[in-house]
Design a binder for this molecule. Structure first.
Ligand code: NAG
Ligand code: NAG
Ligand code: NAG
Ligand code: NAG
Ligand code: NAG
Ligand code: NAG
Ligand code: NAG
Ligand code: NAG
Length: 364
């Protein structure tokens, strides 16, 4: 018995895909003792078709090879011939799968595929908020076309947003007709003076529904109280509406601390009230002070007081070094704490010998 195996390989690159196909032809001489050998049915690459049912072939017989459905020939003679020694002639005949065109992803969707050759599958998906209209898969057919066209991804539709009584919605984008689509939003407003309760944002959700609708309700605040040492811009003894405001001022040398204006809030309470802070009397005599950047006799401070939050400086003496230094003190709601180092002069009056005043000593 005499066996011959002939194997050849061909490498080929096609686009992004790399094929390694091997055509294998296996020949066996079927003869036993006699002169005449016969060829047995050749073992061919899976993609090659042999149009014959015969198992044995006589020398001289030629057979035609062809590609199976979905495959395409690339090279080599189509015919092989059975030779006298029981072997088939060699061929580089090869079949590669047909390729379908590269598909485009649908807008607002994606596609997934591993290859685009015969029998490859594409899976289509749509992004969140979009529904697939068409077939979600396509198969590359034997004639190199996809079995179905690409589907469309259609935005989920919500209809118009529900509007609360005495309220309205302002869409972020123009809405035509009575349809809205996933991603569209809006802001709810209540007709003044009503207050909005709930989420002011409207959103067409992936489920095609609108998020919960807020409510518009009447809110009032009780008539506001006056503040100590202050007065109000509006003394009406009535309920005030949401967002109405009242202003405060302070009497005389009192200083307003906080917001001048209070606003009726959604919870029916007024915003935080301001207060009037008292000035600080300056109860010292016969000294010079520093006030608003000027050094002056205390007697020249006409108001005899400084306002809340204002600062004045008094002079203290460093006895060791025979010099003086200014110490700032701040008025806080009627309270002025003089520093411990400060001494009021024993001789009263600003005509006293100036060199005995700490303020007149050399500055430290
Ligand atoms: C060998 O082949 C020849 C020609 O085809 C034929 O005449 C002969 O009978 C064959 N011999 C055998 C043993 O098959
Ligand atoms: C396509 O979807 C099928 C079924 O879900 C899955 O088996 C296959 O792996 C998917 N193919 C690709 C390329 O994602
Ligand atoms: C390709 O094959 C499919 C399925 O056999 C057929 O429906 C389609 O019409 C063919 N397309 C072309 C362009 O031949
Ligand atoms: C939208 O408007 C069309 C035409 O005006 C009407 O036929 C349809 O019923 C409306 N749809 C809804 C949900 O209101
Ligand atoms: C959409 O519907 C699902 C199931 O009914 C629910 O779990 C999900 O919270 C909904 N999403 C939105 C944004 O409404
Ligand atoms: C309104 O103000 C009162 C008094 O300050 C307070 O007790 C109450 O909790 C406030 N109400 C709300 C809803 O904040
Ligand atoms: C002022 O004081 C100095 C030293 O303390 C003294 O010598 C001088 O006589 C005094 N002058 C007056 C006018 O009191
Ligand atoms: C302190 O300094 C003043 C001038 O700044 C001077 O007149 C006085 O004599 C000094 N006194 C002492 C004890 O040095």
């Amino acid at each position: 018995m005499d066996r011959t195996v002939s194997v050849f390989q061909l490498k080929m690159e096609d686009g992004a895909t790399f094929f390694l196909l091997s055509s294998l032809l296996l020949f066996t001489s079927g003869a036993s003792g006699d002169d005449n050998a016969t060829c047995v049915r050749p073992i061919l690459d899976a993609n090659i078709e042999l149009v014959s049912d015969q198992r044995h072939f006589s020398p001289g017989v030629a057979i035609a090879l062809s590609c199976k459905q979905g495959y395409t020939p690339v090279s080599g003679p189509r015919r092989i011939v059975c030779t006298i020694d029981g072997m088939w002639t060699k061929t580089r005949y090869m079949c590669i799968p047909k390729r379908c065109p590269y598909p485009d992803p649908p807008s607002n969707g994606e596609l997934h595929y591993e290859d685009t050759v015969y029998l490859s599958t594409i899976n289509y998906t749509c992004n969140e908020g979009y529904t697939l209209d068409g077939s979600s898969t396509a198969v590359c057919q034997a004639n190199g076309t996809w079995s179905t066209p690409a589907p469309e991804c259609k935005a989920v539709s919500c209809g118009l947003a529900p509007i609360p009584q005495f309220g309205m919605i302002i869409y972020d984008k123009m809405v035509r007709g009575n349809q809205t689509y996933f991603g569209i939003g809006g802001t709810y407003r209540c007709l003044p003076p009503l207050a909005l309760f709930g989420n002011p944002r409207a959103e067409c959700t992936i489920n095609g529904t609108w998020a919960e609708t807020p409510e518009c309700r009447v809110v009032t605040c009780p008539p506001p109280e006056n503040i100590e040492k202050g007065y109000m811009s509006n003394e009406d003894r009535r309920d005030f509406d949401f967002r109405e405001s009242v202003k405060y001022g302070c009497e005389g040398d009192y200083v307003l601390e906080g917001n001048m204006e209070i606003v009726c809030q959604q919870n029916g309470n007024w915003s935080e009230m301001p207060s009037c802070k008292a000035p600080c009397p300056v109860g010292i005599q016969g000294v010079k002070i520093q006030y608003r950047g000027e050094k002056m006799w205390i007697a020249d401070l006409k108001t005899k007081a400084i306002l809340h939050k204002e600062i004045l400086s008094v002079y203290c003496k460093d006895t060791v070094r025979n010099c003086s230094y200014a110490v700032p003190v701040q008025c806080l709601d009627g309270g002025l704490r003089l520093p411990e180092c400060f001494e009021e002069p024993s001789v009263i009056g600003y005509n006293s010998n100036s060199t005995s005043l700490h303020s007149e000593l050399q500055q430290c």
